[in-house]
Write a protein of this length. Sequence first.
Length: 441
Amino acid sequence: MSSPFSNLGFRFYHHFHFNYRHFCNSANAKLIATDDPHKFVVYVREQVKSGFNNLQVPINLFHRMMSLVRRPSITDFNKLLAAMLKLKRLHPHATILSLYSDLELSGIRPDLHSIGILANCYCHLRRVDFGYSLFAKSLKLGYPYKSNLILLTTLMNGHVHNNQLSEAIKLLDVAVIKLGSRPDIVMYSTMVKGLCRTGDYAGALHLLRRMNSAPSFCKPNIFIYNTLIDVLSKDKLISEALNLFSVMKTEGIKPNVYTYTSLMRGMFDIGRKGEAMEMLVEMMESNIEPNVATYSMLVDMHCKDKMTDAAEAILPIMIKRGLTPNVVTYSALMDGYCSCGQMDKARDLMDLMVKSHCHPNVVTFTTLINGFLKLQRIDKALDVLHKMCELGIAPDAWLYDVLIDGLCEAGYVQDAENLVSDLLARGLLPRKQNKAKWMLS
């Protein structure tokens, strides 16, 4: 049996081609041409607003700023390094800490914004303990305890993301009892999100009650209620979510589109479709218009019930109401088509996405490829794969699993083994432990 990859003429993993040296040289040329310090700082501010795609350019800008006879203020350095912080995928945190060290050694005094950025970096590096040393630094710089609420929130968020919820709760108590600070809604929201993320709904509800018993300045807001209702609905605890829905209305907090969408999805998930549609009617009667997430959820729910015609009819309704279907909407409908074996419609939908300037992502392509593979239409699956790679979309472990399973089912075991090798070479592991498992043994 000939390989299905033999006629593709390209390696499966599509490498991105980017002339980085040319980019840096052109950027540096602009810097060299800008001799006026004021104009250079204005240029840096413009670059910060535009954002960066890599770390080297802002690092170059930083060192050029440091070389100026009259250095910019700490505010400009903060903005530059905060822009670097947004490049999370490039893990800039250690670099930012190093650059701030250079600032201090040069005699530039950090401010509260600087301290917040440093704390954020320590938390991402899983060194929340180092973040606590910033309290002493802020006091040494003359900032009072009460001005450190943002720092407290950042450290608390670090504990939450490192699954150290008990430490986060202790920090909340420290803020109230020892420092005399008034925890704000951001701090409480951070805690509620963290507790919900770990499944500690009882703890989150306890914190909600604690807020309700606190002074009026920090009552739970719509965001906190929506967070709780959403996670309860996703875990099919719809009765608890509805109870909370009643509580928030009793407290005078008006539900919004996110509240209703979460509840409707939860009801659909447990088969209470009639009640979900009643909730939709209640929302509309309250003059709350469905948003793209609501319509996408309805498309998804109809597709799961194999009602692709009803799901398809939702798209023109969205457009008529001035809403543009997004990649989630299209992917949900595509999954419905593929589940029902309507592959021609699924392929046409992909073309429609491109024409509508809605760029398919790896999930969309994987769904379509999986649909073709289940029907053992290997040639069609590889056509989609080729299109995906042409667009520069890199595969993930899920797509590898889909391809490995599909190729094994069709008898192309050698190609499946090659994909396992490519998967391991990229530092990924199969998500499924089925056909790939015996290949690895």
